[in-house]
Ligand binder design. Structure first.
Ligand SMILES: Nc1ncnc2c1ncn2[C@@H]1O[C@H](COP(=O)(O)OP(=O)(O)OP(=O)(O)O)[C@@H](O)[C@H]1O
Ligand SMILES: [Mg+2]
Length: 330
């Protein structure tokens, strides 16, 4: 196989066009993420790739091979769901072996592959336990082992970390990314969390109402959003008219909070403007600052570590930014 091609794929549910004429190419071995708000069609598109949802139109290919009319178990795919879908009455080993049952594999080969899959997810020795004896993170690892045991060419993840606490989400996402890279499997990962998407993905497709809003490297979508929707969905930003920042062009721009500095700490040549501080928030490594322009427009700024001068609420300060960090948005 060499990559996945999705061409003109659409799916409607009643009056809702859940997936609207999507074209995508995913490279072999790539970690590719479908990102977007609730209801934008991420799960529907993933289920069409997996074989759990029929296409109204379009084609899906693995390499040269058209797969959108094959049944799910013939597509060579492992899938990991949000709610683990682990069977409570089976042992850990039984759950992992479940994926092999339909494949008529000999008992000794089966137990070897189950052990191998459990070792891959750091659960060697847990085979005899029951699911209720495991933590949430361990349960999700069982679900990943069950997807891996069939040695699929493609791994699909639908919000696999959303039932875990914040700390565990951060360590598990690194684990999933590391595992995928070491196995060289193509992964398609669904999330609505833009930070999670940026941390794990080679590329991201940002979806909006069934369509692809922007496809690209995480850094490019963050730095060069093509629309207001993309600018706002990828993190906090200032969407303002350039003229409000003292520039001549009558266009709307996106300027990220961390691109702003206090003028006295900024290089000469950066664009400067005056603003009144209305709120300061010290978050340990990060200080957040809200300021308003003369016309009342809110400007959000974030700096690593505290600024050298100690600004206070109510003072007028001069802020600065590099115009190269502005993105014009339609
Ligand atoms: N089986 C179904 N029957 C009817 N409508 C559906 C069905 N599945 C999805 N939809 C609708 O299609 C749209 C896309 O749903 P989908 O589950 O793909 O969104 P999502 O991006 O995965 O959202 P979330 O982040 O909330 O999981 C929604 O409007 C949803 O209500
Ligand atoms: Mg979903």
């Amino acid at each position: 196989m060499s990559g996945i091609t999705i061409q003109g794929v659409s799916r409607r549910f009643g009056s809702v066009l859940a997936v609207d004429n999507v074209d995508l190419t995913i490279e072999q071995g790539e970690f590719f993420t479908l990102l977007g708000p609730s209801g934008c069609g991420k799960t529907t598109l993933l289920r069409m790739i997996a074989g759990f949802c029929e296409l109204d139109s379009g084609e899906i290919r693995f390499g040269e091979h058209r797969i959108d009319r094959l049944s799910a178990h013939r597509r060579d795919i492992g899938m990991v769901f949000q709610n683990y879908a682990v069977f409570p009455n089976l042992t850990v080993a039984g759950n992992v072996a479940y994926g092999l049952k339909a494949r008529r594999i000999q008992a000794d080969e089966e137990s070897r592959r189950v052990d191998e899959a459990l070792a891959l997810v750091q659960l060697a020795g847990y085979g005899a336990r029951k699911p209720h004896e495991l933590s949430g993170g361990q349960l999700q690892r069982v679900a990943i082992a069950r997807a891996l045991v069939i040695r699929p060419q493609v791994l699909l993840f639908d919000e696999p970390l959303s039932n875990l606490d914040a700390r565990l989400r951060v360590s598990m996402r690194a684990e999933i990314r590391g595992l995928q890279k070491s196995l060289g499997i193509t992964a398609i990962y669904v999330t609505h969390d833009q930070e999670e998407a940026m941390s794990v993905s080679d590329r991201i497709a940002l979806m909006n109402a069934g369509r692809l809003e922007q496809v690209g490297l995480p850094v490019d979508i963050y730095r060069h959003p093509v629309s207001r929707f993309a600018a706002e969905f990828m993190g906090t930003t200032n969407l303002v008219k350039a003229t409000e920042l003292g520039l001549a062009a009558p266009v709307w721009v996106s300027l990220r909070p961390e691109a702003l500095r206090f003028a006295e700490e900024a290089p000469a040549g950066w664009q400067r403007f005056a603003a009144t501080i209305v709120r300061l928030e010290m978050l340990g490594p990060l200080t957040r600052l809200d300021a308003t322009l003369a016309n009342g427009t809110l400007i959000r700024m974030a700096t690593l570590d505290a600024p050298h001068s100690a600004p206070t609420v109510g003072t007028v300060v001069s802020l600065a930014f590099d115009t190269a960090r502005l993105t014009v948005v339609p």
